[in-house]
Design a protein around this ligand. Sequence first.
Ligand code: CP
Length: 314
Amino acid sequence: MQFNKQKRLKHLLTIDGLTKEHILEILNRAEGFFTPQGEIVQTDHLHGKTVANLFFEPSTRTRSTFELAAKKLSASVLNLDISHSSTSKGESLRDTVRNLQAMQCHIFVIRHSASGAAHFVTQQVKPGTVIINAGDGCHAHPTQALLDMFTLRKHRSEFHKLTIAIVGDILHSRVARSQIHALHILGAHEIRVIAPKTLLPKCVEQLGVNVFHDLKKGLQGVDVIMMLRLQTERMQSGLLPQGDAYYRLYGLTCDMLSNANPDALIIHPGPINRGIEIQSEIADSPNALILDQVTNGIAVRMSVMSLLMENAQK
Ligand code: CP
């Protein structure tokens, strides 16, 4: 669905099904958008094109970096303010998209609470229009996983040597699902998930991960720690230990971090909740790449949008 006949990406809906070559093409192209001094360049790859940002769920990082990325590529950007849009008058997603298409938008970036929303939108638009999933329900957040891989590769390029732990609310995390797929495709040595049973999907082992319920044990020998926030807005009651027990058992504190390999890297997609899943000192430490991830997100999203628009024109 997200490929054309030549197996090139025409949309980006999920990491699942991509090849290593697809991922490396995106990461390598993203590298080319940085100057040697680490500034992101201005280009005209999308001159004359319009990018529509449709965020039906809140966002700080993804929405802003897609907007910045589109502007760096010289596109026009339309940020639909969903709370003041005709969605509140009952207009369907299908009709909203068809109206924006009539306004001659070329790329749709969509975040929605419903898994499969971006896939649905691909069926509503004209051929040659690009759809990018910016997070759909608990399903996928492909550009987040790509920017995470980009960030890790800058520091630890040999994925086959890496043991990686994903810690926290895996059950509700579209980021974790996309990260697991990307890490497998890039050949990571071992992927662990660490969480209470209530915050893990059923049959999570089928994703090719090793499961731990004890953070201390799970962190032993780990090179990279991918932290996740608790998505309380998607939770039913009874999934979490009471009071501050979650932080005591699963919070990444300085004491807990000492179980991982020395110089273990820490990433987090944000937003971070200090004192809930991560100790403030760790979030601000040199081994935490959390703000690098945000900067890299601009270049990776430039890469995805420019590549997909080129593929659409072939
Ligand atoms: N990582 C991420 O998706 O953050 P936002 O919700 O702020 O976009």
